[in-house]
Design a protein around this ligand. Structure first.
Ligand code: SAH
Length: 270
């Protein structure tokens, strides 16, 4: 039987120490700092291929630690988010030719005209999603799986991740990318995310990686009371901005934050 990777109930403040990376080999290693007891859970996956693509050296941990330090400098404060960003091997989600740029603060093409958001935007959005949450989130819905990177980051911060993608080619790519990580709490679906995913509702968080003209009302219906939705949306000014909506006991609070540039939210499957 395959043991579930565990995750610390409480994280140390990120900063300096590097946690075990979320790599195909390390997906089953408990990142909690050891107190002398063994930290390894289960067995290391030996069929996962090389540790790093060429150009990144044998250990990409140092370059990821630099990325995390930069995220902190840019204002990301949530230690859970910083630690998760430090753990997931982003270079495994992009084409080999782009792997050298995987830890730069830049968006990168992932095929079919879509892009993986830059690390700063991924971290910022997840920080907004987690705002005021003392620990791990419950079930989270991600619209726009893309290459699966953000789903992997979310898998460390939520009990279950439901991620939906409308493009079959990217859905398949994400499945392939995520397979060696063995993340039993990530559920990938091919479908139209504009309809949400009612089976997993209510969600402790909804995050969209594609921007629409408005936030579909079914997303709001599928949000738990107290939960947040973070989505790039065209605002009254005609430009796309990050919109955060929190469901309260009596309604919804809406905040419009900074301008962003996301790929469009489209309906239907292709
Ligand atoms: N989170 C992704 C980013 C992908 S880019 C990552 O880490 O790689 C946004 C994605 O949203 C694209 O793959 C696009 O195809 C997808 N998308 C756009 N509209 C969608 C919809 N209605 N339902 C599901 N996915 C959608």
């Amino acid at each position: 039987m395959k043991p579930r990777p565990s995750f610390p109930a409480k994280l140390p403040p990120a900063g300096g120490q590097s946690a075990a990376s979320l790599s195909p080999q390390a997906a089953q290693i408990n990142p909690r700092p050891t107190t002398g007891q063994g930290t390894r859970q289960g067995r290391v996956n030996s069929a996962a291929g090389p540790a790093s693509p060429s150009g990144l050296g044998l250990d990409s941990g140092a370059v990821r630690a630099r990325m995390v330090a930069k995220l902190a400098e840019q204002g990301v404060q949530d230690p859970w988010v910083l630690q998760a960003m430090g753990q997931v091997e982003r270079h495994r989600f992009v084409e080999t030719a782009l792997a050298g740029q995987a830890y730069e603060d830049t968006s990168l093409p992932i095929g079919l005209g879509q892009t993986i958001s830059k690390p700063n935007v991924v971290a910022r959005m997840i920080e907004l999603l987690r705002q005021d949450s003392p620990g791990k989130l419950g079930r989270v819905l991600e619209i726009g799986t893309g290459c699966g990177y953000q789903a992997a980051v979310l898998s460390l911060l939520a009990s279950e991740v439901y991620s939906i993608e409308r493009l079959r080619g990217l859905h398949e790519k994400a499945k392939k990318n995520l397979l060696p990580f063995r993340l039993p709490n990530v559920h990938l679906m091919l479908g139209d995310g504009m309809l949400g995913f009612p089976k997993g509702a209510p969600y402790a968080g909804i995050i969209s990686a594609a921007g629409g003209d408005e936030v579909p009302s079914v997303w709001l219906d599928q949000l738990a009371v107290g939960a947040r939705l973070v989505a790039p949306t065209v605002t009254a000014s005609g430009h796309q901005a990050l919109v955060v909506i929190r469901r309260t006991a009596t309604g919804f609070d809406r905040q419009v934050l900074e301008a962003v540039h996301f790929v469009p939210l489209k309906s239907g499957i292709a």
